[in-house]
Design a protein around this ligand. Structure first.
Ligand code: FES
Ligand SMILES: [Fe+2]
Length: 352
């Protein structure tokens, strides 16, 4: 299944840029194959238009500026409000705004320090509530935002995959002489997958300082969620009570690429563990995932028989089942994936 062929994926909110990046001026992005431009309006709120000027079809993200909160096209200076209405044509200042001169607007709001965009007028779900975001006892640490040559659903699925930790992360949190096989407790949730487990991990020198745990191994009490379609939270509680709640996002650029965004909420203080060291460590862990995820095809298979599975892949199978239901129930192009959607909703798990 190629997500860009299925308009249902346009009905979700995706984080795109940090607000502070937009403070420097308008920025272009490609979301699900659609070129868009974002900027901050006069109130400092993020705004989004299709990246196409209605005058000569130049990209509004190229050499544009912000004039009193409006986006001024870099080509002839026409100015557009966040609604897309053309407010001003410098060469014809008396001209009134008209439908033909409007750019196409998209819904855009600020949350968690990011500009979020939905390409459809009727989002299926709100922006997800994140654990500890409103909690005064926690600090938010921005970790990274980078573009990966990987399919966004494969990146999201990787968050549900505890079987890879010993191997992919052998240089950071893994130990390939001890493959982990924790018992997963699945918790039903309506638009995602949730499970809990105790996850043993290696605890090498740099991470020992970040966690303030001196032992060479430790255990994460993990509560892991996939939030349909490209978000996930990895809520880890360590034996000393420290909470490290990762909020990860895979924003689809197209079928083969995504913007991988991550921040974390921590229960400790900057004096106890510097945010820069925490972010650097998690970025190393992310770059280990990236190598493997960029080797996977852009096609995300919904048919459970398309790939082999092991017991630990149960959350991935539930995720694929939920995506099959999503397409069946809401996608006008479901017929394009008819052969994958025909699979029964059973969770047969066979040995690999
Ligand atoms: S192309 Fe944008 S103002 Fe002319
Ligand atoms: Fe990983």
């Amino acid at each position: 299944m190629l997500a860009t062929q299925h308009p249902v994926f346009r009905r979700f909110w995706y984080p795109i840029f940090q607000l502070e990046e937009l403070a420097a001026g308008p920025r272009g992005f490609r979301l699900l194959g659609e070129d868009i431009v974002l900027w901050l309006d006069e109130a400092g709120a993020p705004a989004c238009l299709q990246d196409r000027c209605p005058h000569r079809s130049a990209k509004l993200s190229v050499d544009s500026t912000v004039v009193k909160g409006a986006l001024a096209c870099g080509y002839h200076g026409w100015e557009f409000a966040r609604s897309g209405t053309c407010l001003f044509v410098p060469q014809m200042p008396e001209l009134r705004a008209g439908a033909r001169s409007a750019a196409k607007p998209y819904a855009c709001v600020a949350r968690y320090g990011f500009a979020w965009v939905c390409l459809d007028e009727n989002p299926l779900l709100p922006i997800p509530d994140l654990p500890h975001a409103e909690d005064q006892g926690f600090r938010q640490i921005f970790e990274y935002a980078e573009d990966w040559e990987a399919n966004f659903l494969r990146v999201a699925e990787n968050a549900l995959d505890v079987g890879h930790v010993a191997f992919v992360h052998r240089a950071t949190i893994g130990d390939d002489s001890k493959p982990t096989m924790p018992r997963l407790t699945l918790v039903p949730m309506p638009h995602g997958v949730n499970f809990r487990c105790d996850l043993p991990v290696a605890n090498r020198a740099d991470q020992q300082r970040n966690l303030r745990i001196a032992a060479p191994e430790t255990v994460r009490k993990a509560d892991i969620k996939w939030l349909m379609p490209g978000a996930f939270t990895l809520h880890f509680t360590y034996p000393n009570g420290l909470v490290h709640a990762i909020c990860g996002f895979a924003t689809p650029i197209d079928d083969q690429r995504c913007r991988r965004i991550q921040f974390v909420y921590r229960s400790d203080t900057e004096a106890e563990a510097p945010g820069a060291a925490i972010a650097a460590f998690d970025r190393r862990v992310g770059s280990e995932d990236r190598r493997l995820l960029e080797s996977c095809p852009a096609d995300f298979p919904l048919d459970p028989k398309a790939e082999a599975h092991m017991i630990l892949d149960r959350p991935s199978l539930v995720m694929r089942q939920m995506l099959r239901r999503l397409l069946r129930d809401h996608d006008p192009n479901a017929h394009l994936a008819a052969h994958e959607l025909a699979a029964p909703d059973t969770l047969a798990v066979e040995a690999a």
